[in-house]
Design a protein around this ligand. Structure first.
Ligand SMILES: Cc1ncc(COP(=O)(O)O)c(C=O)c1O
Length: 455
């Protein structure tokens, strides 16, 4: 007979590691880093099979905005399950998708009046890039074939989305396969000169973007940005002025503005959509992640009637947007999204988040003085602590020392799922977190940081 496993966790982890290949993982790491099998979730907590629990400080890759096993979203899904699980979305439609499209148009920045569904964030970025290119082609501007992206940006892992991303860790290996965007310097405020304001950095970067557009606008379809926070690139933040200036430049140079709100949409930055803080509407807005409250994969690209009409023509003209995914507009995912929007409609989510964000700021403030913390920054319900080897010169820790991994391991030992991006420890918790849970989360992280920076 086999020997009995030490724990149910260990048994499940061993079975998993024998057959599963996990995302964004060097699988060999699991020779020393534990694989955690999760049995159930409730609110901000994830429970493993040995009775331990972990506070999900990163909303499971920024998806789970109203807590795990949220009963309101669950109930809506159960009803939909008994009615319609899926239907082809070409030639057919259903209540959940059309209600969701209507609802998204109602809450989106003005002028975004058409909704195209896809099934994950990267797919939404692919849709926006292709639609922008195809729009110009339909207008006889086939010379527009390139995109502008910001340094430090991240838009997903599929080849098109990765092409307009600038995180070397993910992009470098595949560079020979990718489109070559024109990179504009990010308005990232971390890189500001001494005494320079966030707004001044934005102005300076707008000047540089203008110079790029002056030279290249004739060949550029769109500028794609993550509004206000470049998330996977290290939670780098910038002033809304950049988005206002970007809108004006895109208009002046006849280039589209693609807002990738996949990570920052749905209240994360303090407003429902980050673009609202600049009072601008993009030509394309990509949504996913929080859209379904973290229940099911779904994404949407919102665009204008003007863009839509450029595709509306006789069949033989070849102007139609023939992009599709099998699960486009999946009814279960749309129902989860409607339930998520209903929570925003019926509860003072943004107001509550303001109080939670203030608590988070207060608890994190002392870390700013830490000798290995270069910066503590925050935009709404995203906060980040940038660890460095040398505070005065902001010299980062060498990547191969993997200081962030030490914080991750400390978190697991002490009941928190923290997953630093390199040396940036960040917090993006579900909005149902309590003030006491914020205190706990920051406490674990602070102790983890102390351990991580020790020789
Ligand atoms: C801004 C942004 N765009 C796109 C994506 C890709 O989304 P997905 O992982 O669903 O493909 C992400 C994922 O982290 C993201 O943060």
């Amino acid at each position: 007979m086999d020997t009995l496993p030490a724990s149910r966790n260990a048994a499940l982890a061993a079975r998993d590691l024998a057959v599963v290949w996990h995302p964004c993982t060097q699988m060999r790491d699991h020779e020393s880093v534990p694989m955690i099998p999760i049995a159930r979730g409730e609110g901000v907590w994830l429970y493993d099979h040995d009775g331990r629990r972990y506070l999900d400080a990163i909303s499971s890759w920024w998806t789970n905005i109203f807590g795990h096993a949220n009963p309101r979203i669950g109930a809506a899904l159960k009803q939909q399950l008994d009615t319609l699980e899926h239907v082809i979305f070409a030639g057919f439609t259903h209540d959940a998708a059309l209600e969701l499209a209507e609802a998204l148009v109602r809450i989106a920045p003005p002028g975004l009046e058409r909704v195209f569904f896809a099934d994950n964030g990267s797919a939404a970025v692919e849709v926006a890039l292709k639609m922008s290119f195809h729009y110009w082609r339909n207008l006889g501007r086939g010379d527009k074939t390139r995109f502008v992206a910001l340094t430090g940006s991240y838009h997903g892992e599929t080849l098109g989305a990765l092409s307009v991303s600038d995180v070397a860790l993910y992009r470098e290996t595949y560079a020979p396969l990718l489109l070559t965007p024109i990179l504009a310097p990010s308005p990232d405020a971390y890189a500001r000169a001494p005494g320079e304001s966030w707004e001044a950095v934005a102005e300076r970067r707008l000047g540089e973007l203008r110079a790029i557009l002056e030279r290249h606008a004739h060949e550029i379809c769109a500028v794609i940005v993550e509004p206000l926070v470049q998330c996977a690139g290290g939670m780098r933040m910038y002033h809304p002025r950049y988005l206002a200036g970007l809108r004006a430049l895109c208009d002046a140079f006849e280039v589209h503005f693609i807002a990738d709100e996949i990570a920052v949409g749905f209240g994360r930055t303090g407003t429902l959509f980050a673009c609202e803080q600049a009072g601008v509407a993009p030509d394309f807005m990509c949504l996913s992640k929080g859209l379904t409250g973290g229940f099911l994969p779904l994404s949407a690209v919102l665009t204008s009637s003007r863009v839509y009409e450029a595709f509306y023509a006789e069949y033989g003209s070849g102007k139609a947007f023939l992009h599709s995914h099998s699960y486009t507009g999946n009814p279960l995912a749309c129902r989860a999204a409607l339930a998520t929007l209903e929570i925003f409609r019926s509860e003072p989510v943004l107001e509550r988040n303001r109080a939670l964000a203030a608590r988070l700021a207060a608890r994190l403030a002392p870390l700013a003085d830490h000798p290995h913390v270069a910066e503590v920054r925050q935009t709404g319900m995203i906060a980040a602590v940038e660890l460095v080897r040398d505070k005065a010169t902001r010299t980062p820790w060498p990547a191969d020392e993997r200081r962030g991994l030490r914080v991750y391991l400390h978190g697991l030992e002490h009941g928190a799922l923290l997953r630093p991006l390199g040396n940036v420890v960040y917090f993006m918790p579900p909005y149902v977190i309590t003030e006491e849970e914020i205190d706990f989360m920051v406490g674990v992280a602070a102790a983890g940081i102390e351990r991580a920076v020790a020789a």
